[in-house]
Design a protein around this ligand. Structure first.
Ligand code: UD1
Ligand code: UDP
Length: 379
């Protein structure tokens, strides 16, 4: 008797496995799901359960009318360490892949979910396609940087959003084939913006006028899990609230809600004038809010891209970005976490003419699925 440790070529089936698990992954994979559906391709979704609250997960499946995941892991959320969380997702993913035996799996981005999915597939000799490949912050504090680099090195297909990300991959000497496809966030915005304009009433609900408010988000580990960084960013927001008489809308990630309490900064933040702290929003409401903001302030990767695509100036509350394309076209200012620099950033970006071009490509999902289909047909 031999133990089945890897899958042989003749055991694989002509279908595609998609790994999701976090808010941005679901959003960025939604156009790929639509493209696969349009072409009648056999595919299935594995949801690692990394994100699990309704407003971080299921709301996107409901709103964007996405197919139900065939697998969903329910015990991952309890893990409180990167290793523990990734290990659970890896073991569960391997089991699901052994059952399904797809010829190729796709992962998107840099969350632990994607490392677990890519590694499970790699070990079974299933081909891996990394969507949003080649991004580099060169910031070794970030868990996302560890994940990106590892996923890029074990993928057969590297779907790089831009020429810059392709150069990063060449410099890193990756083994897989690199394709510059653009970023699927472009399709996600395009497919949902008109629907958001028709359906979303979020501006009225929050009493906002287009171009007369700021939108603020914060969730990254290095921003919110270190008290000095979190406090400094909040001081920056306070300075802005005093310098500009604009409402600042803050849909708060669950991680940030928890750390604000833990560091006892919740009272401080509740006293910031004009700051409106709300729950995370669905995609349609969020697109509407970001598309109409005078300025976006964020540490999010996806939101830096979206504001650039929506032609809304952005101030990034981090020391660096793995999306330098946004600064190169003039859409984004890397302010760091010091209050004075945040204010300088807001002054520099406010009222900036949004005459930049979208650097993240056209019809990326179609290009990616063309390549996936070629690989299934052995080309
Ligand atoms: C993860 C990704 C990050 C991505 C972000 C998108 C990693 C290492 N990080 O960070 O790259 O930008 O998702 O939002 O994979 N929580 C809830 N409900 C949820 C999800 C999270 O309450 O649905 C809380 C839990 O207390 C959890 C904490 O937030 O422990 C952190 O969640 P986790 O998924 O580990 O990391 P994110 O900060 O969401
Ligand atoms: N987003 C959302 N509701 C919110 C905040 C963000 O739908 O309240 C969307 C946003 O439009 C973007 C994605 O979530 O597409 C970004 O996710 P996040 O900031 O959590 O992660 P990152 O992109 O930094 O990995």
């Amino acid at each position: 008797m031999s133990e089945l440790k890897v899958l042989r070529e003749n055991e694989l089936q002509d279908k595609v496995g998609l790994f999701v698990g976090t808010r941005p992954g679901i959003i960025k994979f939604s156009p790929l799901m639509r493209e696969l559906q349009k072409r009648g391709r056999d595919f299935f979704i594995i949801h690692t359960g990394q994100h699990y609250s309704y407003d971080m997960d299921k709301i996107f499946f409901d709103e964007l009318e996405l197919p139900e995941p065939r697998y969903k892991f329910l015990d991952v959320a309890k893990s409180r360490t990167h290793g523990g969380q990734t290990a659970k997702m890896l073991a569960r993913s391997e089991k699901a892949l052994m059952k399904e035996r797809p010829r190729i799996v796709l992962v998107c981005g840099d969350a632990n979910t994607n490392l677990a999915g890519a590694l499970a597939a790699r070990k079974l000799h299933i081909k891996v396609g990394h969507v949003e490949s080649g991004l580099r912050s060169d910031d070794w504090r970030m868990p996302e940087e560890h994940n990106r680099i590892m996923i890029d090195h074990i993928s057969e297909f590297l779907f790089a959003p831009t020429e810059q990300t392709k150069r990063n991959l060449i410099e890193d000497n990756v083994r897989g084939k690199i394709f510059v496809t653009g970023n699927t966030i472009v399709d996600a915005v395009e497919q949902n913006l008109d629907i958001a304009r028709k359906k979303s009433v979020v501006l009225d609900k929050l009493g906002l006028t287009s171009q007369k408010y700021f939108l603020f988000t914060l969730h990254r580990e290095e921003s919110v899990d270190f008290k000095e960084n979190l406090r400094s960013i909040l001081q920056g927001i306070k300075v802005l609230s005093e310098a500009f008489d604009y409402p600042i809308i803050f849909p708060t990630h669950p991680r940030t809600k928890k750390t604000l309490k833990y560091f006892k900064l919740d009272t401080y933040i509740s006293k910031i004038k004009n700051l409106n702290i709300i729950d995370p929003l669905g995609y349609l409401d969020f697109l509407m809010l970001s598309g109409n903001a005078a300025l976006v302030l964020t540490d999010s990767g996806g939101i830096q891209e979206e504001s650039c695509i929506l032609k809304v100036p952005c101030v990034t509350l981090r020391q660096n970005t793995e999306r330098p394309e946004t600064t190169e076209v003039g859409a984004n200012y890397i302010a760091g976490t010091e209050p004075d620099e945040i204010l300088n950033g807001a002054r520099a970006m406010l009222g900036k003419k949004p005459n930049w071009e979208n650097p993240f490509g056209k019809s990326p999902s179609k290009k990616i699925i063309d390549i996936v289909e070629n690989s299934l047909s052995g080309q």
